[in-house]
Write a protein that binds this ligand. Structure first.
Ligand code: URA
Length: 209
């Protein structure tokens, strides 16, 4: 599917199966989110532009490869996106973080914003939006609307699971934003949950319900 990368690496797929299992403990689920987040971070940064930097090894001088440009920004959609961003930060520790506080109204399924704090120079940075579940696409599109309004124009979206409905909505509203996901599931149910899915990601990460 154009604009969507399904990360089919065996470690990602194995960990996702462990996460989908309803008997997985909160601590086990949380640990798996961090582990899978690192693997997704590896994939989403695969094509970053590179330059070289002059360094001295103990032996001689060398023009050695480094990532070009300003530090990238991770933009977790609160609250479930935080765990994904935390895992990614272990691999990209100097990334900046933009917090986007959105919750899903359980009646309307609309995304309601309650918090937004981002670096001032989003226009100069790659912004990676994180949310484990791309379901209706309401939260993802609202978060990206907000980040674009603040100047971001180089944006990528990372999730664990995507529903076809969420992908269609993203591609209709933000066709310039590529998506990385561990799997594309069958459909949404009438409550906006991904099927077969893994349940409510935030509840499973934080042990609430
Ligand atoms: N958010 C979740 O946490 N789970 C879903 O299945 C859909 C949205």
């Amino acid at each position: 599917m154009k604009g969507v990368t399904v990360v089919s690496h065996p470690l990602v797929q194995h960990k996702l199966t462990l996460m989908r299992d309803r008997t997985r403990s909160t601590s086990g689920f949380r640990r798996l989110v961090r582990e899978i987040a690192m693997l997704l971070a590896y994939e989403v940064t695969r094509e970053l532009p590179m330059t070289t930097e002059r360094i001295e090894t103990p032996m001689e001088a060398l023009d050695s490869p480094v990532i070009e440009g300003k530090k990238l920004v991770l933009a977790p959609i609160l609250r479930a996106g935080l765990a994904l961003a935390d895992g990614m930060l272990e691999l990209i520790p100097s990334a900046r973080v933009a917090h986007v506080g959105l919750y899903r109204d359980h009646e309307s399924l609309e995304a309601i914003e309650y918090f937004f704090k981002a670096p001032h120079d989003l226009a100069d940075r790659l912004v990676i939006v994180t949310d484990p579940m791309l379901a209706t696409g309401n939260s993802a599109t609202a978060a990206i609307d907000r980040l674009k309004a603040r100047g971001a124009h180089d944006i990528r979206f990372v999730c664990l699971l995507a529903a076809p409905e969420g992908i269609a909505r993203m591609q209709a509203e933000h066709p310039d934003v590529p998506i990385w996901t561990a799997a594309i599931d069958r459909e949404l149910n009438d409550k906006g949950y991904i099927m077969p899915g893994l349940g409510d990601a935030g509840d499973r990460i934080y042990g609430t319900h």
